[in-house]
Design a protein around this ligand. Sequence first.
Ligand code: PLP
Length: 647
Amino acid sequence: MPPDIRPVACARRPGFKLEKLKRFTAKDAEETYLVPHWAAGFFRVGEDGELEVTPEGPEGPSASLFEIVQDLRDEGRPLPVMLRFPQILQARLVALNEAFRRAIKKYHYQSEYRGLYPVKVNQRRMVVETLAKAGKPYAYGLEAGSKAELALILAQDLHKEALIACNGFKDDDFIRLALMGKKLGKNVVITLEKFAELERVIRIAQELSVEPQIGIRYKLKTRGTGQWEESGGESAKFGFTTPEIIRAVDILAEAGMLGTIAMLHSHIGSQVTDIRRIKQAVREIAQTYVQLRKLGAPVRYLNLGGGLAVDYDGSKTAFYASANYSLEEYAEDLVYVSKEVCDGHGEPHPILVTESGRAVTAYHSVLVLEVIDTIRPPGEEKIEQPRDTHPVVKDMFDLARGISAKNYREVYHDAFANKDTILNLYDLGLISLRDRATAEALFYQIARKTLRFALEFDYPADELEDLQKMLADKLVCNFSLFQSLPDSWAIKQMFPIVPLSRLNERPTREATLVDITCDSDGKFDRFIDTHDVRNTLPVHEIRPGEPYYLGVFLTGAYQDVLGMSHNLFGRIGEAHVVVDEDGYDIERFILGEKARRVIEKMGYEDDELAEAVEKLVRSSKKLTPAEKGAFMEQYARELVGYTYLED
Ligand SMILES: *Cc1c(COP(=O)(O)O)cnc(C)c1O
């Protein structure tokens, strides 16, 4: 039986009745898709109903995303595609650094801010090089979590004072590479993540006769909030406990190396949604800084790690997809609390360091998907009543005809019960497939009418939500969730999704999205809302022959890197787009992975595959020579083709 009727507010859109009569404008679309709430000034809806990017902020130049995608199509570029906006990366980096500059000025902080970009968040060349360049005036640095990351970082052109932090577990080679970087004049800090690394650093530093700069990662008592709560706290994977810190100080003092302790590091976890946790963590780490100084360690850098959250759903709350604070508040709290703690003990203000990755990169890329098909639940078509049908089916016809504003709930509940009965009868062989099909179509018809009445007559109920889910269209989108939005699958991360065009038309359908992998997890059915999570996305009736693109926003952090080739759908193509007063320019297009590449990663050699297939074709007695030639040609073409659907 359907669940009890209880009032809920989430599924309803306010003023439903009146709304229907009014013209739907760009402003309405902005509210429907909450654009101003999550876009941080980088996206908006144009009067012509197309989604626009303003990569230098709302006052700067703009371009229509729909137009950019159409131009890419005209150039013969296939979808899905990732649009990247280097200007947004730069704008975020500037916003972060300027927020700290303002906070430092406001509180008369006697030192400075020196940010780091942790490349693990997105190691794409375009991302790292853009940030390195834009960060030069701010002596903005980079953070490595592995040897390979350090290798790419050492080759970047950074400001002389910019920090290079080496986090992550280390072997001798990692430490050697870091110390060579120091010897070459780079401002490298080796963050000790666990105690055993201390001995390695002392030994190799003596071997290479380099004076290291050591950072100590402190295991915060304070935990983050939301998905990454476990990154902080005493059970965290990384960091020194307080007895280990004391031992490290003693060992270094004995080796005459106390002066090498340059940084105190901590990382509370990513996407910390509640500012109170951040303040608490800053207080804790600042106290530890003070204590370390009292022990004679000349710590200069106080590193708060990452955690600066992105408001994915625009709700400005401590919900896991949101943040209850702004960049401004974050910077001010860090500066203020550090100052307060240091002043209390008469210690100098340290250089403040943060390692914000998500907040710097999330905004810069937009995943563009094309809807290639719609799967609709049954019951939208007219259903003829056969002369001779099972009594329960006949009852369903009566229910469908008799439903009204007065009785729709009762009718729906009866239909629900009938549906169960019919399934039981079917199992017993007492009802035909045709009758069952008719009854099911009628059930959906009744459900649809119920939903309409329920929305119109302000009868909020839990079952409304179930109905919306059940009656939603499924839009088949040409992409792999596992490749392009892995966090949506792995940790239920939410991303804003908006159609790129027709935003001055009222969306009349509700839909969920499915990808083209053969994995039933390859779906998107949680959408942003300021109060709750929506089960469906409002979309337009798709017109045949007219492209319908959906933009998935805030995908620049972690997604590119964590994406996987499930079903052998490879990395997608990407366009780097720069916008100016004269329009926009596609600076660069990077082709997506060819099928061959993805197959090779699994241990195959493409020429061996081609050879095996050729042998098979040659030995066939059924194919004509022309057919053989055509088949082998197609096979070869497939190996160098895009892995996604192309027609
Ligand atoms: C992942 C990570 C970061 C980045 O965190 P964000 O929440 O993306 O800013 C920073 N520091 C360390 C040590 C990390 O492991």
